[in-house]
Design a protein around this ligand. Structure first.
Ligand code: G3P
Length: 221
């Protein structure tokens, strides 16, 4: 499963990229507002940090297909690894299909059930983003949508990658991997949670203490 960061904060992206495990970044207007920089400049900076193997999703904000396609063309012209993020509305699906025909990569966002996701796949989206945490917030099991979309993709051979979004905690990451998500996008805080374990820290402390009991001339470092 690919790991994306759901952030527009450059320092967080730099840290994850330096670990060599970062496959991409997703942003949205809320995250862009938090970054507090010019949108294009920020997307370009992210694109450069993550390198050409990874992608960064930049969201369109118009509500009509024609304008969405215009914005999608613009953001994807900034760098080869930029993906246009388009909301799953009737106009959005129409825009995605036009983008597909024009060779513009898309990430269909704000997906809350498998039928919306199916339409995104049929329109040729590069990624489809079911929002797991926001569904959980309403008392529905968000991960079920990821599971269903992964299954639909397998049955019909769609090439769209299922991107589990709105990931809130480490269990979501494990469940997304087991549900067959191609990608999970997570906040930096969740990435830090999944790399750490208190038993790793305690074990390391003990090993370092015991190492010091070996006399210096018997140790290579
Ligand atoms: O980028 C979209 C999505 O991941 C948002 O997550 O936590 O705001 O529901 P959240």
């Amino acid at each position: 499963m690919k790991i994306f960061l759901d952030t527009a904060v450059l320092d967080e992206i730099r840290t994850a990229a330096s670990w060599g495990i970062l496959d991409g970044v997703t942003t949205n207007p809320t995250l862009a507002a938090k970054a507090g920089r010019a949108f294009q400049e920020n997307i370009l900076a992210i694109s450069e940090i993550i390198g050409e193997r990874a992608t960064v999703s930049a969201e369109t904000v118009s509500l009509e297909a024609e304008a969405m396609v215009r914005e999608a063309k613009l953001v994807t012209s900034w760098a080869p690894n930029v993906i246009a993020k388009i909301p799953c509305t009737p106009e959005g699906i129409k825009a995605v299909w036009q983008c597909t025909k024009a060779g513009i990569p898309t990430n269909v966002t704000l997906v809350f059930n498998a039928t919306q996701g199916l339409l995104a796949m049929k329109a040729g989206a590069t990624y489809v983003s079911p929002f797991v945490g926001r569904l959980d917030d309403t008392g529905q099991n968000g991960m079920e949508v990821v599971e269903q979309l992964a299954q639909i993709k397998r049955i019909y051979g769609f090439t769209t990658e299922v991107l589990a979004a709105s990931i809130r905690h480490p269990l979501h990451v494990i469940e997304a991997a087991l549900a067959g998500a191609d990608i999970a996008t997570m906040p930096f805080s969740v990435l830090m949670q999944i790399v750490k374990h208190p038993l790793t820290d305690a074990g390391l402390e003990r090993f370092l203490k015991d190492w010091q009991t070996i006399s210096p001339e018997l140790r290579p470092f």
